[in-house]
Ligand binder design. Structure first.
Ligand SMILES: [Zn+2]
Length: 419
């Protein structure tokens, strides 16, 4: 089926959202040792002081660039730079890092995207502050989600191309990672002393215009959903549904959480197999032990329309985007973690299982949003010649991540540029 661009523009981007099957959920990779706070390839380089304009944050920027260039070469990497006066009385440089993956045939301005967003700077005070939940761990979760859907996106788009389905509404869905600088205030939080990176990026994207006849007028309007992660990584988080207009997305994420828990894939769950106590010696079998009450990261799936929606009350990186009409799903716990803005918001105080569970949940949500059902599980795609009999299929074990085939088509080469 072909849907012309004009019609596609009239259909909300929320129209297609495909739940993953149980087997696809089970096939999602877990970050595992990559989230080790001392040696993990994804997380440990982020657990350092990252104050804007310092060598510490430059090292973290290099980590992101190396990650995308090494692991996700099909993503277009861009920087949005600004130099802004700050509350410290001197101007500082801010660098927003954006990685984008679109269908290879899509034209500029025709792709609506799921944006996965977190800030990567750390607060200047107290000295030595690491900001593990704020937002080193959320950045690592996003990197993990990006690499976990990458191969499936390649497979899906290749299949669509083979089937001649390019140009359909379905084809105009992409994904974007936005890593923001300068979220924290330097002295006291105010409209001027905070959100330096987010304000610069939202303004820049609002002003940039796409070619005439594009589906979306500006890069800002290409964001279908701004999924902002912040203050995640402490044990037992509870994230309310803040926005009525994106409650549908919250409900989808809550549903994914419930299903991942039921499949015993949540490591922080009291019912995860690794936490099951051995049966008592004098136990005579019989009825299995009752399961502990399952907690929920997202407890408000059944919130009523008439309930109180607190969206916008929490000042965070979504504010400049929301003010310009972008739809926001805010994953920030209420209450904040007890370590919030304290020196002990460090790697040692993260709950490793919770960090991994968030990464898995964000991955599942992104995969559902991108309609990756059928493309996720490491399918028997590796082919080899066997005794002149043509091709034999080899089932690849392990996870998506370690079974990733070469991208079929490199899209938009990794290029470094300013918006
Ligand atoms: Zn903070």
């Amino acid at each position: 089926m072909h849907i012309p661009t004009l019609l596609a523009a009239l259909i909300p981007a929320t129209a297609a959202y495909t739940k993953l099957s149980d087997s696809s959920l089970k096939s999602l990779p877990s970050p595992g040792s990559d989230f080790d706070i001392k040696t993990g390839a994804l997380l440990s380089p982020l657990l350092t002081v990252r104050v804007p304009g310092t060598p510490g944050i430059a090292a973290v920027q290099a980590h992101f660039v190396t990650f995308f260039q090494t692991h996700l070469p099909s993503w277009k990497l861009s920087f949005q730079n600004s130099t802004q006066p700050t509350a410290l009385g001197r101007p500082l440089p801010f660098v927003n890092i954006v990685a984008t993956r679109d269908p290879p045939w899509a034209k500029q301005g025709d792709v609506g995207r799921l944006a996965l967003v977190a800030h990567y700077d750390s607060k200047i005070d107290p000295p030595g502050f690491i900001g593990a939940t704020d937002s080193a761990a959320p950045c690592a979760m996003i990197l993990h989600a990006a690499r976990s859907v990458d191969a499936a996106l390649t497979r899906k788009w290749e299949a669509m191309k083979s089937a001649g389905q390019t140009g359909s509404l379905e084809g105009e869905k992409g994904v974007q990672i936005i890593l923001l600088d300068g979220e924290e205030a330097f002295l006291n939080w105010s409209d001027e002393d905070s959100l330096y990176g987010a304000r610069a990026l939202a303004a820049s994207w609002e002003q940039a215009t796409n070619p005439a006849m594009s589906t979306f007028r500006t890069p800002l309007s290409e964001i279908s959903l701004f999924l902002l992660l912040d203050l995640l990584g402490s044990r037992n988080p509870s994230v309310p549904s803040y926005f009525k207009t994106t409650h549908w997305a919250y409900q989808n994420m809550a549903s994914a959480e419930t299903r991942l828990r039921a499949l015993k894939l949540f490591k922080s769950s009291p019912n995860h197999p690794s936490r099951k106590k051995a049966p008592a010696k004098n136990s005579k079998g019989g009825a299995p032990a009752r399961e502990a009450r399952e907690p929920k990261f997202l407890p408000e799936a059944n919130k009523k329309d008439t309930a109180t929606w607190l969206g916008g009350l929490i000042q965070d990186d979504h504010i400049p985007f929301m003010a310009k009409g972008v739809e926001v799903l805010h994953m920030i716990p209420d209450p904040f973690p007890t370590v919030w803005h304290r020196i002990d918001d460090d790697g040692a105080h993260l709950d490793g299982a919770t960090v991994e569970d968030w990464a898995l949940l964000v991955t599942a949500f992104a995969a559902e949003w991108l309609d990756l059902e059928g493309y996720l599980a490491a399918k028997p795609v590796m082919k080899r010649e066997v005794g002149g009999e043509g091709e034999a299929e080899v089932v690849m074990g392990g996870t998506e991540t370690d079974a990733r085939p070469e991208p079929v088509e490199v899209q938009g080469r990794s290029e470094l540029s300013n918006f």
